[in-house]
Design a binder for this molecule. Structure first.
Ligand code: ASP
Length: 317
């Protein structure tokens, strides 16, 4: 019998014990546990990894604590633009959406792109039109608005103005994010009883993003990847660096072509390759044998895993 298992994340970043009140910590922990349990129960009943991944991510998207769905951050014009992707390791089919607005559960739309369209990646208005045709649920702007995210956006406007000017003039590089960096993206990976792997990722992207910026989360091979021959991966972190390192597919390749173990491949990419270019963040991974890894090179990562033998929810290093 295959060793079924699931891992989830709620974003990586500068998450210090000192910056979370015990009450907030409890809220995060119970939201993670709820998503993990919902996903695992599907696997334990013999359901598919795809259903487990979608269900766990939907639960995190519906929770305002995370930067995805309900809790998505503000872009530079005060709107919420969301990205998501999902991949099925059985036949390496995939679906992704970017820059979508008002769709309640972006991961559901990504799955619909995979299963109900002849495409892999739909963006903005067209993706929303597709969601409307499928009668997926939309919510008004007010559903995504929150005082906490609004305050973060105001902070970003103040600081990134300075950063932008300084950085662009001095070295032409993108501005470094603010002192307190939090990438609250959510994701899930799972292995089911039939040996099928699935991965999914959903995000509101980066606060104050502009010009239709899209990160790694909806990009198959960068933020999300699943292949029954190797592993399933969902990333969180500074998207630009994760795209350049093609992180999720790179880990699969190290297993497939170089026979590395999941642990070795994760270590190579997260702790060496990404660190070498200041690519802050982490990922969750499960391989075809049910081994689970949750490496990150940032201060913390909201994360959880569950299989037959163990269960873990953690935030800090
Ligand atoms: N990777 C996401 C992005 O760059 C952010 C995150 O992980 O929270 O859009």
């Amino acid at each position: 019998m295959k060793k079924v298992g699931i891992a989830i994340h709620g974003g990586a970043g500068t998450i210090l014990r000192s910056s979370l009140t015990p009450e907030k910590e409890k809220q995060y922990t119970s939201a993670l546990r709820e998503a993990l349990t919902l996903g695992y129960d599907i696997l334990a009943r013999g359901g598919s990894a795809l259903d487990a991944v979608e269900t766990a991510i939907k639960s995190l998207e519906d929770c305002p604590l995370f930067n995805a769905g309900h809790g998505s951050v503000y872009n530079s014009v005060g709107k919420h633009e969301m990205d998501a992707s999902i991949m099925w390791g059985k036949d390496i089919s995939a679906g992704a959406v970017a820059l979508i607005r008002n769709v309640k559960n972006p991961i559901e739309l990504a799955r619909a792109v995979m299963e109900k369209s002849e495409h892999v990646f739909l963006c903005a208005d067209g993706a929303e039109e597709f969601a409307r045709q499928l009668k997926l649920r939309f919510e008004p702007d007010a559903y995504f608005d929150s005082d906490m995210r609004f305050a973060q956006w105001q902070e970003a406007i103040k600081s990134s103005g300075t950063f932008l000017d300084h950085n662009i003039q001095s070295n032409g590089k993108a501005p470094e994010a603010l002192g307190e960096k939090k990438f609250g993206t959510v994701g899930a990976v799972a292995l089911d009883l039939n040996g099928n792997l699935a991965a999914g990722t959903s995000t509101g992207g980066m606060t104050n993003k502009k010009f239709g910026r899209v990160g790694d989360s909806p990009i198959i091979g960068a933020g999300t990847y699943a292949n029954n021959n190797t592993c399933a991966i969902s990333c969180t972190g500074h998207g630009e660096l994760f795209i350049r390192s093609v992180v999720a597919h790179d880990i699969s390749c190290l297993i497939e072509y170089k026979n590395l173990t999941l642990e070795q491949a994760c270590n190579e990419v997260v702790m060496k390759k990404l660190v070498a270019i200041n690519g802050e963040g982490g990922l969750i991974a499960i391989d075809k044998n049910g081994n689970i890894e949750m490496p990150f090179n940032s201060e913390g990562m909201y994360r959880g895993m569950k299989n037959r033998d163990s269960e873990l929810i953690a935030i800090y290093k």
